[in-house]
Design a protein around this ligand. Structure first.
Ligand code: MOS
Length: 732
C-alpha cells in the first residue's frame, strides 16, 4: 500500500503544474499590487551624469520613479551574489545595471514609462574581455584575492609540476575556452512584495527561501525574522535563484515606501543580465604519462571572469581534477580576472562541468597520443582514495559504471581511427568521459505530522525547483510510515517552515530523506505514547513497548486503531515531530557521485553539422529514492551537457552587452537536438554516507557530458574543437 523507496511514480505535483494551478512568482493573487519595471544602464562602465524622468512621471498610471538622484534605501551584501547596492550612487559597473525603478498601476504602464527615461553618462573604459594571457603565468588583471589553497601533490624529489611533466614519457597540453553561459530558467526572475505592518511577505522563486529571507532582510535593513519567503513552485533555478538580486530589494523597499504591494517581473533580457551567468573562462590542462598510460603529472590551470560587482569565484579543477584520477604529481592553479561585466553566479555543476570538460578532453587527447582506448586509460588511473587529500570515499563504484555503461552502449564496437565510420553524408564517432560531483551529508531538519484526517504532512523550507522534491519527500514518508502516497502531503518552499536544506549543490533529496526517516521514527513513538495515554483508546495503560505500529495503525493483540482514529479519540488535530538529532555525518570520508558517459555523434561531411545520435550514462549515486524524477534529473543533466557542448554561449561584446538577450539567440538544447538518452544507475545503499544511503544526483550528469560529445566529435572527424560551443563552422 505504501510506496517503497526507489519506486517509479508520477510526480505528485504534476497535475498542479500541467493544469496551471501551481503558482509561480507572479501568479500569487495579491490585492492592490502595483507593478514595477527596472531601468538599466546602456554603458558598461562610468557614471550617470543626469537622468531625465519628467516624461516618465507624466505617463498614465505612474506612481513613482526612483533613480540614483531619488533613491530607495538599499544595502549591499558584500561577497554574496553581488556587492553593490542599486541606486545608492551614480556609478555604472556593468552594462544592464539597474539605475532606475518605475512603479505604476500595471506592468505595461511601468514598462512604457521606463522606456521614457533618458540618461546622460560619463563613460569610462570597461574590462570586457578575459585576459588573453595563459593561466598560470603572471598576468595583469589577475585578482590578488583569487582562491588559493589549490591542492598540489609532488612526488619526493620533484620540485615543480613542470619538472614532472618534462620527465613524463608522453605529454599532452590542451587549452579550452568558453564564453559566458546563461541559466535562462524558464520562469524569468521576479518578486511580489507585500507588507503587513513591519512584516514582509515575499513571493519569489527561490532555491533557498530561508537564506533569501536573511539576505533580503540584510539588504533592506530589517530583522530577518520579519521576512517570510514563499516559494512553492520554482520555474527553474540552475543556481541563479540562490542569491537575492538587486531588483528584489528594490521592489521590497518600494512596497514599503508606497504602502502597497509591488510586483516586479524582469524581462527575459534583464533576467539574463541581472541574475548571474556562468563565468567565461580559459583552462589549460597538461597531462604527463608513462607509456602504459599511468599518469605521472596532472596540471590544471584556469582563469575565470570575476566581475567587479561580485559573483561566483569559478574554480573548475578542485572537485574534478583534484579527485578523479590517481597521479604521482598534481598541480592546480585557479585564477580570477576582474572584469566590468554583470554578476556571475553558479550555474549547474558550476565548477565541475567546465573543469571536467577540460580534464576529460585532455584525457581523450592523451588516449590518442598513447594509442590507447580512452576507457582503458581511465581504468589504468582509477583511484580509490582522493588523490589530493588521501581520503577514502563513503562509496565509489565508478568502475562498475564504466563497465555497465560501455556494455549498454556497445563501446567495444568503436573504431579508434577518426573519420573511419561513414553513413552516407554522415561521419559517425563515439566518445566517453567520466562524471564526478560532490555529495553533501549535512543534517537538516524536517517537521512531520500525522493528522486526524488520516494524512501525513512533511514540512520543510526546501523548495522543489523542478527536481522532484515533492515526489521524493512523499515517497520517503510513505515508505517510512507505511501510508499510501496519496495520503502524504509535502509542504515545501516556505521560509516559515523548518529551516531545511537549500535546493542547491544537489543536496536536497540526500538531506531530506534521512531526516524524514528519523523523524518518522520519532513520530511513531509519539503516536504510541498517545495511544497508551488517551482516554477511550484500546491501548490505554499499556506499555508503549507492547504496541506495534504498522501501515498507519497501532496494534496490540487483537486490538487495532488507525492514527486518525487515535487522534479522534484524543481530540487532537495532529501529532507532530521535528527531526530530533543530527544524522552522523561521514566527516572523515569524501563523498561524491560518479558516472560514465558514452556518446555517439553524427557529423555532416559537407556542412559540418554535429548531431548527437546516441547517449548512454551509468551513475553511482548510492540509493535512488524516486526512479522517475531521478531519471529526469539524469536525462536533464545530459541535455544540459549537450547544450553546453554544441549550443550554449553568451559572449560579452566589447560594449559590455551580452550578445544574446532572449531564447531565440541564446540556444539551449531542445527536443530536436536530443536523442532518447539511455540512463541507468547502480542502486545500492551508501550507508557510510547516510542512514538512507542516497547521495544527491541533480548536477552529476552535467559533469563530463559535454566532453563525451566533444570526444565523439573528434572520433568522427579528427577535429579537436577546444573552444565551446562546437559549432558547424569549426568542423569544416
Ligand atoms: Mo546549483 S549551481 O547549486 O543550483
Amino acid at each position: 500500500m505504501s510506496t517503497p523507496i526507489g519506486s517509479d511514480v508520477a510526480r505528485v505535483d504534476g497535475r498542479l503544474k500541467v493544469t496551471g494551478a501551481a503558482r509561480y512568482t507572479a501568479d500569487h493573487p495579491v490585492d492592490r499590487a502595483a507593478a514595477a519595471h527596472v531601468v538599466v544602464s546602456a554603458i558598461a562602465r562610468g557614471r550617470v551624469r543626469a537622468m531625465h524622468v519628467d516624461e516618465a512621471r507624466r505617463q498614465p498610471g505612474v506612481i513613482a520613479v526612483y533613480t540614483p538622484l531619488a533613491p530607495l534605501p538599499i544595502h549591499a551584501v558584500p561577497g554574496f551574489g553581488e556587492n553593490y547596492a542599486p541606486l545608492q550612487d551614480r556609478e555604472v559597473r556593468f552594462r544592464g545595471q539597474i539605475i532606475g525603478l518605475v512603479v505604476a498601476e500595471t506592468a505595461e504602464q511601468a514598462r512604457d514609462a521606463a522606456a521614457q527615461v533618458t540618461v546622460e553618462y560619463e563613460e569610462a573604459p570597461a574590462r570586457t574581455s578575459l585576459s588573453a594571457g595563459l593561466p598560470g603565468l603572471p598576468s595583469p588583471g589577475m585578482s590578488p584575492d583569487g582562491p588559493s589553497p589549490d591542492p598540489t601533490l609532488l612526488a619526493p624529489g620533484v620540485d615543480t609540476i613542470d619538472d614532472a611533466l618534462r620527465a613524463s614519457a608522453v605529454v599532452v597540453e590542451t587549452t579550452v575556452e568558453q564564453e559566458a553561459q546563461s541559466h535562462v530558467a524558464m520562469e524569468p526572475h521576479g518578486i511580489t512584495a507585500v507588507w503587513q505592518g513591519d512584516d514582509l511577505t515575499v513571493y519569489s522563486g527561490s532555491q533557498a527561501p530561508q537564506m533569501y529571507a536573511m539576505l533580503l532582510a540584510t539588504r533592506i535593513g530589517i530583522p530577518s525574522d520579519r521576512v517570510r519567503v514563499v516559494s512553492p513552485f520554482v520555474g527553474g533555478g540552475f543556481g541563479s535563484r540562490v542569491p537575492v538580486w538587486s531588483e528584489a530589494a528594490l521592489a521590497a523597499v518600494a512596497a514599503r515606501e508606497l504602502a502597497r504591494p509591488v510586483r516586479l517581473a524582469l524581462t527575459r533580457e534583464q533576467s539574463i543580465v541581472l541574475s548571474g551567468h556562468r563565468p567565461m573562462m580559459t583552462q589549460r590542462v597538461r597531462l604527463g604519462a608513462d607509456r602504459d598510460g599511468t599518469l605521472n603529472a596532472v596540471s590544471h590551470e584556469s582563469a575565470a571572469e570575476l566581475p567587479a560587482v561580485g559573483g561566483w569565484p569559478e574554480i573548475p579543477a578542485t572537485e574534478t581534477t583534484g579527485v578523479l584520477y590517481r597521479t604521482r604529481n598534481l598541480a592546480i592553479d585557479q585564477r580570477l580576472v576582474t572584469m566590468d561585466t554583470p554578476p556571475t553566479w553558479a550555474m549547474r555543476a558550476p565548477n565541475e562541468a567546465p573543469g571536467a570538460f577540460a580534464l576529460e578532453t585532455a584525457m581523450d587527447e592523451l588516449a590518442v597520443a598513447l594509442d590507447m582506448d580512452p576507457l582503458e586509460l581511465r581504468l589504468r588511473n582509477y583511484t580509490t582514495t582522493v588523490p589530493s587529500s588521501g581520503q577514502a570515499w563513503t562509496s565509489k563504484r565508478l568502475d562498475e559504471c564504466y563497465r555497465i555503461g560501455a556494455e549498454r552502449f556497445g563501446w567495444e564496437d568503436r573504431d579508434p581511427v577518426p573519420g573511419s565510420r561513414v553513413d552516407g553524408d554522415w561521419l559517425i564517432g563515439v566518445g566517453m568521459a567520466s562524471a564526478v560531483y560532490p555529495a553533501h551529508a549535512e543534517p537538516w531538519p524536517v517537521r512531520m505530522q500525522l493528522r486526524d484526517s488520516g494524512t501525513v504532512v512533511v514540512s520543510a523550507s526546501t523548495p522543489d525547483i523542478g527536481t522532484g522534491t515533492y515526489t521524493v519527500a512523499s515517497i520517503v514518508a510513505s515508505d517510512a510510515l507505511g501510508v499510501p502516497i496519496e495520503r502524504v502531503t509535502a509542504e515545501l518552499g516556505d521560509s516559515a517552515l523548518p529551516a531545511s536544506a537549500p535546493a542547491a549543490g544537489s543536496r536536497a533529496a540526500g538531506a531530506l530523506a534521512p531526516a524524514i526517516q528519523s523523524t518518522s521514527r520519532v513520530l511513531i513513538a509519539a503516536l504510541l505514547d498517545l495511544a497508551v495515554r488517551t482516554e477511550g483508546s484500546p491501548f490505554r495503560g499499556l506499555d508503549p513497548s507492547a504496541l506495534t505500529y504498522r501501515e498507519g495503525r497501532v496494534e496490540a493483540g487483537a486490538d487495532s486503531a488507525s492514527f486518525a482514529e487515535l487522534l479522534g479519540m484524543a481530540r487532537l488535530p495532529a501529532v507532530e515531530a521535528t527531526t530530533p538529532v543530527a544524522e552522523p555525518s561521514a566527516a572523515q570520508l569524501a563523498a561524491h557521485g560518479f558516472g560514465a558517459h558514452f556518446c555517439e555523434v553524427r557529423v555532416n561531411r559537407f556542412t559540418g553539422e554535429p548531431r548527437v545520435s546516441r547517449f548512454t550514462s551509468a551513475f553511482d549515486v548510492g540509493r535512488v529514492l524516486s526512479a522517475r524524477t531521478a531519471r529526469s534529473q539524469f536525462v536533464g543533466a545530459v541535455v544540459f551537457g549537450i547544450g553546453g557542448a554544441l549550443l550554449e554561449a553568451n559572449p560579452v561584446e566589447e560594449s559590455g552587452r551580452f550578445a544574446a538577450g532572449n531564447l531565440g539567440d541564446y540556444l539551449v538544447a531542445v527536443n530536436a537536438d536530443v536523442p532518447p538518452i539511455d540512463v541507468t544507475w547502480l542502486d545500492y545503499s551508501d550507508t557510510a554516507f547516510s542512514a538512507t544511503g542516497a547521495r544527491g544526483l541533480g548536477e552529476l550528469g552535467t559533469v563530463g557530458s559535454a566532453a563525451a560529445v566533444g570526444n565523439a566529435v573528434f572520433n568522427a572527424t579528427g577535429i579537436r574543437v577546444r573552444d565551446l560551443p562546437i559549432t558547424l563552422d569549426k568542423l569544416i
